[in-house]
Design a protein around this ligand. Structure first.
Ligand code: NDP
Length: 243
């Protein structure tokens, strides 16, 4: 039986590329979505040609919703072996303009989500003494992004959570790693002008914006047998933006 992978925010962007890659790697895949129901259903249908695949609604800011989603995955596909915490939101704003509500939404979506989904996935992983977690952080969590202070703080938190949890669950045979993308071509960049994107590409040593598949390859590696002795790392996939 295939091992089961859960990908939050799996319906589009980086998450969809990860789902496709993990299906090709031989995982059964649960595509978790919040608003992108049609895309999630279409992707699950597409993946069903090569593996068992389902789509499951979740709001990662809501503990009860996360619990229900993991129960559905376990019921329909089996126990979760791999969790990719990919769901996230970004916002560009001066810190002095950030409201309490916007701050809380950012922290709960980008950091609290990782806590809640890890907690839900670990109940089985700890029992089976096996499992893999990959958290999608960001290069702004590594080096800080101007006008992205809440986002940078949340993603730095994801890296800290990754390192601490790796130590906590390593003795139970579970690896926990982070992948920190640089500038990747998805809907998250919709707020940036073509000029800004060209500047960001020029600032990137490899001279281009990244593609979702660039990130999916790193996630695939960290979930593979070749990465069995790697835990607690933050793998930068930024084209050299962060070295
Ligand atoms: P997208 O905007 O394409 O995808 C974001 C995903 O997050 C969507 O699938 C969305 O689901 C999901 N999501 C957001 N809020 C919630 C919620 N409350 N509950 C459940 N799902 C939610 O962006 P990307 O693919 O670019 O982003 C994926 C990850 O990569 C994010 O964590 C992001 O921070 C990170 N990243 C992206 C970079 C980039 O340049 N693109 C750079 C560095 C990091 P739905 O559509 O179903 O609502």
């Amino acid at each position: 039986m295939n091992k089961v992978a859960v990908v939050t925010g799996g319906a589009k962007g980086i998450g969809a590329a990860v789902c496709r890659r993990l299906a090709a790697d031989g995982f059964s895949v649960a595509v978790l979505y919040r608003t992108s129901q049609q895309e999630a259903e279409a992707l699950a249908r597409e993946l069903s040609a090569v593996t068992d695949a389902i789509c499951v609604p979740v709001d990662v800011t809501d503990a009860a919703s996360v619990t229900a989603a993991f129960e559905q995955v376990t019921r329909e596909l089996g126990p979760v072996y791999a969790l990719v915490n990919n769901a996230g939101v970004a916002a560009q704003e001066l810190l002095t303009d950030v409201t309490d509500g916007a701050w809380n939404t950012m922290i709960e979506t980008d950091l609290g989500s990782v806590f809640r989904c890890c907690r839900a996935a670990l109940s089985h992983m700890l029992h089976s003494h096996d499992g893999r977690i990959v958290n999608i952080a960001s290069m702004w969590g590594e080096i800080g992004g101007s006008m992205e202070t809440p986002y940078s703080a949340a993603k730095a938190g994801v890296i800290g959570l990754t390192k601490a949890l790796a130590k906590e669950v390593g003795p139970s045979g579970i690896t926990v790693n982070a992948v920190s993308p640089g500038v990747i071509r998805t809907d998250m960049l919709a707020a940036f002008s073509d000029e800004t994107l060209a500047e960001l590409a020029a600032e990137t040593p490899l001279g281009r914006i990244g593609e979702p598949n660039d990130v999916a390859g790193a996630v695939s590696f960290l979930l593979s047998a070749d990465a069995a002795f790697i835990t607690g790392v933050d793998l930068s996939v930024s084209g050299g933006f962060v070295i």
